[in-house]
Design a protein around this ligand. Structure first.
Ligand code: AMP
Length: 287
């Protein structure tokens, strides 16, 4: 396992990729869990060369305190990546990625970028789009892996890859959950025991929506109210949004049909969690 910190070493290494075969890339913010590792596993299966990045991206955080307390354990992350036999780990330094004179941001626009996470964060879309574009330039992957849990991140990356003609294939993998349904997240480790007990309410609210659909309910406002009520019944949770919309555009809908995403964000104390499920075009559920 090779560890790269320096940007020019990453660029030099990427220049040599062509001779080695296809490159599968997993960008992460570290504090790895089984969700991240499912992406690494897929990269290893699909590609000759596997590379993960660990970088807590400062420009996608609204509040400095969220950035500071983001969980980190590099030693443990490196052990996990070593054990799975990844080829390269890229760990750039924030001051190299964003030097003092940095001034070029990637800012996707359009209604899709104004929904979900953007409702509560003015910097999220720009922060994600900018770091992913920079990482794609540095790593030059053939395939990049993302988890379905972060639905808006996927939308941002799809858009920038299309609009900026970036030659990379995106592969989206399902959300990995704990046995009680809670979507794995690095932030889960910041929850107190009682908060951790309350956290699966997000998934329960999504399952309540699914159950309504299965009973024939098709009105988005009724389903989103059921999700809202379900979250509100848990005193430790504060709802940020409960959205029922088209999965491809995040546009509002009048009637729920296959191709609909049910997305939630809620805060527990100062921790913000997101989750979603999708009723796919083929009638199956992506849970
Ligand atoms: P993060 O470290 O939170 O930036 O996440 C890095 C990548 O892992 C993103 O593509 C996430 O969507 C993905 N990811 C995070 N949590 C999960 C999960 N529970 N299941 C699958 N993928 C995940």
């Amino acid at each position: 396992m090779r560890i790269i910190h320096k940007l020019n070493e990453m660029t030099e290494t990427a220049r040599g990729w062509l001779t080695g075969g296809s490159v599968g890339f997993v960008p992460t913010m570290g504090f790895l869990h089984a969700g991240h590792m499912s992406l690494v596993q897929a990269a290893k299966q699909d590609c000759e060369i596997s590379i993960a990045c660990i970088f807590v991206n400062p420009i996608q955080f609204d509040a400095q305190e969220d950035l500071v307390r983001y969980p980190r354990d590099l030693e443990r992350d490196l052990q996990l990546l070593h054990d799975i036999n990844i080829d390269v780990v890229f760990i750039p330094r924030a001051e190299d990625i964003y030097p003092a004179n940095f001034s070029t941001y990637v800012i996707p626009s359009g209604s899709m970028m104004e929904r979900l996470e953007s409702l509560s964060s003015p910097v999220y879309v720009r922060g994600v789009a900018t770091i992913i574009t920079k990482l794609f330039q540095l790593v030059r992957p053939d395939v990049a892996y993302f988890g379905q849990k972060d639905a808006q991140k996927i939308a941002i990356v799809r858009k920038l890859v299309q609009d900026l003609n970036i030659d990379v294939t995106l592969r989206i993998l399902p959300t990995v959950r704990d046995s009680d349904g809670l979507a794995l997240s690095s932030q889960n480790y910041l929850l107190s025991p009682s908060e951790r007990q309350a956290a699966p309410s997000l998934y329960r609210a999504l399952l309540a929506a699914k159950s309504l659909i299965e009973q024939g309910e098709r009105r988005p406002d009724v389903v989103s109210k059921a999700m809202t009520d379900s979250i509100n019944s848990e005193p430790l949770l504060t709802l940020n949004y409960a959205t029922v919309c088209r999965s491809d555009t995040f546009d509002p809908i009048n009637v729920i049909q296959p191709g609909t995403i049910f997305a939630l964000a809620a805060s527990i104390g100062s921790i913000r969690l997101v989750d979603n499920i999708t009723w796919l075009e083929n009638g199956q559920w992506l849970l």
